[in-house]
Design a protein around this ligand. Sequence first.
Ligand SMILES: Nc1ncnc2c1ncn2[C@@H]1O[C@H](COP(=O)(O)OP(=O)(O)OP(=O)(O)O)[C@@H](O)[C@H]1O
Ligand SMILES: [Mg+2]
Length: 260
Amino acid sequence: MVENVAESVSGSGARSGAPRPLLSAEHLYKIYSSGDQELYALNDLSLTVEQGEFTAIMGASGSGKSTLMNILGALDRPSRGEFWLDNELVSAMSDAHLSSLRNRKIGFVFQSFNLLPRLDAVENVEVPLVYGRVRPADRRARAVAALQQVGLGERLNHRPTQLSGGQQQRVAIARALVTQPKLLLADEPTGALDSETTLQILALLDTLHASGLTILLVTHEAEVAARARRVVWVKDGRIVADGPPAQVLGGRQPIVPEGA
Ligand SMILES: Nc1ncnc2c1ncn2[C@@H]1O[C@H](COP(=O)(O)OP(=O)(O)OP(=O)(O)O)[C@@H](O)[C@H]1O
Ligand SMILES: [Mg+2]
């Protein structure tokens, strides 16, 4: 009790109480209106994630997974409810603050890689640092280090068309990591990859998680979700199950490399 009081007095002042989760979504709603119809893409959804967790989000098509990821990634704001990230109230931020927060604290990986075709691997990874106003010489060094971290140190000057799907996704992961974010969000990162390449990307996510990164991953595949430590199941904009993979997925096994 005494420690809690001390923390609330000496803390950043953003909120009282301690310790706070890295991510806290409280009673989120996302309501789309068309004509006199209202669609509740998120419907009173609450979720907390601690620093260092590796969580998979599953659910049927249209259940609200991408809507949720876009709010957690500060790409969008909820219609109602609060979203806190690292003690900052994201749901009340202006567009300029949202993009600054994204650049400082969040890495995003998509199914379709979203690399710039005219830029080579290093230049693609440098892009967030350009926005972050990092000096050119530092940019290059940090981009090279991020590509080495994902095992692409030998492909620095290849353009996206000269790389395999798995290698392109590694470049995208390096780009997400180069700003040293608190949170990595991945929406179907293996959705466009074959099973062998999926395993490589999952192994990379395991390594990043082991090094302390907080990861949230959307997937349709139970075998992929089973690699996370926690699975959250979304249905009709609400969370209907939340727990360890074995509990939520009903005993489906993670995919592991042959012979492992
Ligand atoms: N910009 C929008 N305008 C209107 N409705 C939207 C918009 N974006 C999403 N929706 C609706 O919100 C609901 C949730 O969509 P969302 O994209 O979050 O689903 P999802 O779980 O990511 O699905 P999938 O697995 O197919 O990617 C769907 O009914 C969708 O049609
Ligand atoms: Mg989606």
